[in-house]
Design a protein. Structure first.
Ligand code: PAF
Length: 281
């Protein structure tokens, strides 16, 4: 496994594979890797000849009061984990490498589907994601890019970006990896105290309960209200509990699949999760 920290170095490392027309898979991450990230790499290995994983804590997707400075940087540990799952190249640039000194005059904005859900509580977040993902796609030029369904809105935003800008790659969504008690794996789970960690699986429990209730024919509005009450009773501060179509549109027709979304805080830690309820025939 190689580690590259410059765009020039990465381009040189990828050049033989590109000339040999090998299939390149790409897994963008911010590091502090867990099994969820490793499963993205495992999926990439199944269909690609060479897998690149980027590790870059992207300043442009963090708000002024968010955890950019404290976000865990664990490059050495991450590189051992990646070597074990067969990653071929780690791309771990410094901020100066990705954002040169000259002021940037280009923004990338995916509209409409970034307004609600996490876009509401984190204004500008998806602009930062769209910008860094566009830059990384241009640098790596992969055939396939792999994103976790845990960040469902992000996945849909990136798919839209790739479609709208005719980027020559396919974006693949990979199912959420969960702890045994159902908690969706996330780098931010490490912020939870042990008491909060014990409560955190209630998010998935509430999603599963809601799915069952919808399948039994309960009304969506009362199912969402029950989820809110359940989470509040367990000490969560709710950011949103919502249902959307898989394309992130408002639900108008109940003969289609529904995605249930939760974002809620336990203490200082904001957790997100989602679950798809299949209704489409
Ligand atoms: O999901 C993440 O870790 C980040 O948003 C991503 C896609 C690596 C962009 O910085």
């Amino acid at each position: 496994m190689k580690m590259e920290t410059t765009i020039h170095g990465l381009t040189a490392s990828l050049s033989p594979a590109k000339h040999a027309k090998k299939l390149i898979g790409f897994v963008p991450t911010m590091g502090n890797l867990h099994e969820g990230h490793l499963n993205l790499v495992r999926e990439a290995k199944k269909i690609c000849d060479l897998v690149v994983v980027s590790i870059f804590v992207n300043p442009t997707q963090f708000g002024p009061n968010e955890d950019f400075d404290s976000y865990p940087r664990t490059l050495e540990q991450d590189s051992h984990l990646l070597a074990d799952v067969g990653c071929d190249i780690i791309f771990a640039p410094a901020v100066e490498q990705m954002f040169a000194k000259a002021p940037r005059k280009t923004n990338i904005q995916v509209t409409d589907i970034t307004d609600g859900l996490c876009g509401h509580a984190r204004p500008g977040h998806f602009d930062g994601v769209a910008l860094i993902v566009t830059k990384l796609f241009n640098i790596v030029q992969p055939n396939y890019a792999f994103f976790g369904q845990k960040d469902f809105q992000q996945l849909v935003v990136v798919q839209q970006l790739v479609r709208d800008l005719n980027m020559p790659l396919e974006v693949i969504g990979v199912p959420t990896t969960r702890a045994e008690d159902g908690l969706a794996l996330s780098s931010r789970n490490g912020y939870l105290t042990s008491e909060e960690r014990n409560k955190a699986p209630q998010i998935y429990a509430s999603l599963q309960h809601a799915k069952g209730a919808l399948e039994q024919g309960e009304l969506l509005t009362s199912v969402l209200e029950d989820m809110r009450s359940h989470l509040q009773a367990h000490g969560f501060e709710i950011d949103y509990v919502e249902a959307r179509t898989p394309e992130l549109q408002t639900i108008t027709d109940f003969n289609q699949d529904i995605v249930l979304f939760v974002a809620a805080k336990l203490g200082k830690t904001r957790l997100i999760d989602n679950l798809i309820v299949h209704f489409a025939t």
